[in-house]
Write a protein that binds this ligand. Structure first.
Ligand SMILES: [Fe+2]
Length: 744
C-alpha cells in the first residue's frame, strides 16, 4: 500500500511594500514575516486580469523569509538625557492614565545608565512606584499607595534625598491631598551623567527613522497621556508640590539652576513633528511609533478646541501600547519594476507550499500616457478600514451571521497587524492613524468583507477595474496619494476621472484638485457611495500614514475626545467634510444619507431622465428599473448610499436621473441627519430620504459629473450575470466622457 506523503504544515508568509504606488522602473522593497524560516517563491502578477498573468520581473525568484520582531507601541526616548550625575533629585511627570489597573508594569519615566541599570517611575496595579532595574531584574523601592483612576490628571514624582526615596502622587483636582510613600533603600540611589531617559516605555531598542516615521521597540509600555516630564536636582518643597498638584507645569522648570532635564511634548505646529523638545538646554528626544499629539493637556480649559490656538493647553502626548507607524519587518527583496510596465494594478505574489499572499501595488502612468481615463484608487479609504476589528464587537445588527475570511482570524490578537481607523485602542481611545507599513490583509484582491459578504474596498474595486479592462478603453490608475501630491495638474491630463466604489476619506488637497478639475472642463464619474465624507490628513507619504479625527457627529466608530478634533498633521478641522461646509453634494451632486446591509435595491428612472440633455445616458436601457441584480447584496443601490439635497449644496444644474426604492428598515438615516431620536423614525420603508440618487451635473467650464451614490453599483458590473442597465449606463457615460469635454 502506497502511503500518502506527509503534508507539511502550511507556513504563512505575509508582507507589504515600501510604497503603495510606483512609477515604472521604480525600486520596490518587499517586507515580509514568516511563521518559521521558509523559502518563498516571489513573482509579479497582473491583478486586473485575476492574478493569472505573470509579468517578467528581475525581482522574481526564491528568497528565505524569516520570523520578524515587530515595532508596536509608542514611547519616547532622549539619548544622553542627563548632563550631570545627581544623588539628590526628583523626577516625575503629569499623567492621564487610561488603563491604570492593566496587567503588568507601565513606565512613566525611566533613567537608564550606560551600564544598563535603570531607575523607573512606573504604574503598577493602579499605584505609582519607583523601581530599580539591574542585572538581577526589577525591584520596587517605594510605592505611593494611591489607586489611580482612569482618565484623570495626576502629578507623580519620585524623590531621593538624604538616603530616603519617596513617591508622591497628587490628583489635579480640587480638594485632593497628595499621597506619598517612602523607604530607605540599602544601596545609594544615584542618577548617572549621560543616562538615557525614556517615557512611556523602558528597555528601548532599535530606534530608527524610516521615511518620516520613527520606529523602535520598548517594554513596559504605558497607556495614556504624559505631559512635562522632568528631572531636577534636590527635592520638591511643599509649595512646589502644591503648585504641581494644581496643574502648574512650569513649577518644575521655574528654577533653571536645578533643572537636569525637562521636556515639552507639545507639537511645534501642524505636521509630523517627532521631536520631544528639551527645555533649557536639555537634549531633544524622539517620539517613536506615533503617539498622538494635538491632544488636550492638564491645563486645557475648553476655551479653545485646537492646539493651534493654545499650544500650552495641548502640551501632552497620548501613548498607546498598540500604536503602530511602521511595523519594521526586514526587507525580503528589492528590485526595480520593469521600465516598460504599464499603469495598472499589479501584485507581488509570495508563495510557499499551499500558501499565497499577493501584495497589491499600483503602477502610475508616465507623463506621456495618452489614455483618456484615469481611475483613482481610494487608498486612503483602504487604509481607514485596514485590518479592521469591528467584527470582534457586537455586530449582530449589521450582519446576523458573520462569516470571516480566514485572514481575519490570522490577525486577531496580533498587534503587529495594527488597527483600523474604525477601531479603538486597547485603552478604548479611537485610532487616529493608519499606516501602510504593515501587512494589510483586508486589502487583497480576493478578500471579501464579512459586512457585505462580497468585495468591498480593494476587492470591491476589482469589479470596476476588471470591467474596465474588458471594455477595452485605455485607462490609467493612480492612488489617492498622487492626487493629494499632484492635484489638478495630474487630473487635467485626462478627459474623465473615475472614482472607486468608496472614496470616503479625502484630504483638502484632493477635494481642491477634484473641484478645480471639474470646474475647468473635466468629467467626473463618481461610481460609489459615502464618498468625500471624512477630512483626512497625511502624516507621512512614504510609508503612507493617514490621520482622521472622527468629530462628534456623523456615522463614527468612536467619538473624538473633547477638544481633539483638529488634525495634528495639517492643523485643519477633522471630522466630516459636511461640518466644514463641504458636504459631498457640493462636489459631486450627492452625499451620504443612509446605510444598511440586508439587501441592495434597484433604481427607478425619473421623468427628468427623459430630457434631451441626458437621455443619451439611458440609450440601450430597457424599462425604468435599473440594477435589480448585483454581487453586493443583490442590487446596485446598497451598502452606503447618497442622495441629492439642494440644502447641502447639490448644484441647481443637477438632474436626478434615477432613485433607488424599496429599501428595508435595515437602512437607517445617517446619524448626522437626525436632530433627535424620536419614536417612529422608521427607516427605508417609510423615510423618503433613505435612497440613492443617480445624478448628472453639467458644469459651466464644459465638464460634467455623473454620480451613482451607492457602494454597490460596481458590483452590478461584475459576475456571471451583470445588470444590463448598470452596464449600459456606465458604458454610455464613460464613452461620452472619455471622448472629451462635454461641449468639445
Ligand atoms: Fe464608509
Amino acid at each position: 500500500v502506497k502511503e500518502e506523503p506527509l503534508v507539511a504544515p502550511t507556513n504563512a508568509v505575509y508582507g507589504y511594500t515600501d510604497r503603495m504606488s510606483y512609477a515604472a522602473g521604480d525600486l520596490v522593497r518587499v517586507h515580509a514575516n514568516a511563521d518559521a524560516p521558509t523559502v518563498v517563491e516571489v513573482d509579479l502578477v497582473d491583478i486586473t486580469d485575476g492574478e493569472t498573468t505573470e509579468v517578467p520581473w528581475s525581482g522574481a525568484g526564491r528568497y528565505e523569509a524569516l520570523p520578524q520582531s515587530h515595532c508596536v507601541g509608542s514611547f519616547a526616548v532622549i539619548e544622553d538625557g542627563l548632563p550631570a550625575s545627581a544623588d539628590a533629585f526628583a523626577l516625575g511627570t503629569w499623567l492621564w492614565p487610561t488603563t491604570p489597573d492593566g496587567s503588568g508594569v507601565q513606565t512613566l519615566l525611566a533613567v537608564e545608565s550606560t551600564d544598563g541599570r535603570a531607575l523607573a517611575l512606573e504604574v503598577e496595579d493602579g499605584d505609582v512606584v519607583l523601581s530599580s532595574h539591574g542585572p538581577h531584574g526589577r525591584s520596587v523601592m517605594a510605592r505611593a499607595g494611591v489607586s489611580l483612576l482612569p482618565r484623570t490628571w495626576y502629578f507623580a514624582a519620585a524623590q531621593a534625598v538624604d538616603g530616603r526615596v519617596a513617591v508622591t502622587v497628587a490628583a489635579v483636582a480640587p480638594g485632593a491631598e497628595p499621597v506619598s510613600g517612602s523607604a530607605e533603600p540599602a544601596d545609594a540611589v544615584e542618577l548617572a551623567a549621560g543616562a538615557r531617559i525614556s517615557l512611556a516605555g523602558a528597555h528601548v531598542a532599535r530606534v530608527e527613522r524610516a521615511g518620516s516615521a520613527v520606529r523602535g521597540t520598548a517594554d513596559d509600555l504605558f497607556n495614556g497621556k504624559l505631559e512635562a516630564p522632568f528631572v531636577i536636582a534636590g527635592g520638591l518643597s511643599e509649595a512646589e508640590l502644591a503648585a504641581a498638584a494644581s496643574g502648574d507645569t512650569s513649577v518644575v522648570t521655574s528654577d533653571a539652576a536645578r533643572v537636569l532635564g525637562a521636556w515639552d511634548l507639545a507639537p511645534s505646529g501642524p505636521g509630523n513633528d517627532v521631536a520631544v523638545r528639551g527645555i533649557g538646554g536639555a537634549p531633544d528626544g524622539l517620539l517613536v511609533n506615533l503617539p498622538a499629539r494635538g491632544v488636550t493637556g492638564v491645563s486645557w480649559t475648553g476655551a479653545v478646541a485646537s492646539f493651534l490656538h493654545a499650544p500650552r493647553e495641548y502640551a501632552a502626548a497620548h501613548f498607546h501600547e498598540d500604536d503602530l507607524s511602521d511595523v519594521g519587518w526586514s526587507s525580503l527583496l528589492e528590485a526595480g519594476l520593469p521600465p516598460d510596465v504599464g499603469s495598472g494594478l499589479y501584485g507581488i505574489r509570495l508563495r510557499c507550499g499551499e500558501h499565497t499572499d499577493v501584495i497589491p501595488i499600483t503602477v502610475v502612468p508616465s507623463a506621456s500616457s495618452s489614455a483618456p481615463i484615469l481611475v483613482v484608487l481610494p487608498t486612503f479609504t483602504y487604509l481607514a478600514y485596514a485590518n479592521e476589528h469591528m467584527f470582534e464587537g457586537d455586530v449582530s445588527g449589521l450582519r446576523p451571521d458573520v462569516q470571516l475570511d480566514p485572514r481575519d482570524a490570522i490577525r486577531v490578537g496580533k498587534p503587529e497587524y495594527g488597527l483600523s481607523q474604525y477601531d479603538r485602542h486597547s485603552d478604548d481611545g479611537g485610532v487616529l492613524f493608519s499606516s501602510s507599513a504593515r501587512a494589510i490583509l483586508t486589502m487583497r484582491a480576493d478578500y471579501e468583507m464579512w459586512l457585505t459578504e462580497s468585495g468591498r474596498g480593494y476587492c470591491g474595486d476589482m469589479y470596476l477595474l476588471r470591467w474596465l479592462r474588458a471594455e477595452g478603453l485605455p485607462f490609467d490608475v493612480v492612488t489617492d496619494l498622487e492626487v493629494h501630491q499632484q492635484g489638478r495638474q495630474l487630473l487635467s491630463r485626462y478627459a474623465v476621472v473615475v472614482t472607486g466604489a468608496h472614496p470616503e476619506y479625502t484630504s483638502a488637497e484632493m477635494q481642491d484638485a477634484l473641484r478645480a478639475y471639474r470646474d475647468s472642463g473635466g468629467n467626473v464619474m463618481y461610481l460609489g457611495g459615502n464618498g468625500f465624507y471624512q477630512a483626512t490628513g497625511v502624516v507621512s507619504e512614504y510609508p503612507l500614514i493617514t490621520e482622521i479625527r472622527r468629530g462628534h457627529a456623523g456615522v463614527r466608530g468612536w467619538d473624538s475626545a473633547p477638544g481633539e478634533v483638529t488634525l495634528v498633521s495639517s492643523g485643519e478641522p477633522g471630522g466630516p467634510w459636511r461640518h466644514r461646509g463641504q458636504a459631498p453634494q457640493g462636489l459631486v451632486g450627492v452625499g451620504f444619507c443612509a446605510q444598511g446591509w440586508d439587501r441592495s435595491s434597484p433604481y427607478r428612472r425619473s421623468a427628468e431622465s427623459e430630457g434631451p440633455d441626458v437621455s443619451w445616458i439611458f440609450e440601450g436601457v430597457e424599462g425604468d428599473d435599473i440594477g435589480a441584480v448585483g454581487l453586493v447584496r443583490g442590487g446596485a443601490a446598497g451598502d452606503e448610499i447618497d442622495r441629492a439635497d439642494v440644502a447641502l449644496g447639490t448644484p441647481p444644474s443637477t438632474v436626478v436621473l434615477a432613485s433607488s426604492y424599496g429599501h428595508s428598515d435595515a437602512y437607517q438615516r445617517a446619524i448626522e441627519e437626525l436632530g433627535m431620536n424620536l419614536p417612529g423614525l422608521g427607516g427605508g420603508t417609510t423615510d423618503p430620504e433613505v435612497r440613492a440618487d443617480m445624478t448628472y451635473t453639467p458644469v459651466r467650464g464644459g465638464g460634467a459629473v455623473f454620480s451613482v451614490g451607492s457602494i454597490a453599483w460596481t458590483g452590478s458590473l461584475a459576475g456571471d450575470s451583470p445588470d444590463p442597465g448598470v452596464v449600459a449606463i456606465t458604458r454610455n457615460v464613460l464613452r461620452r466622457f472619455a471622448a472629451g469635454p462635454r461641449d468639445a
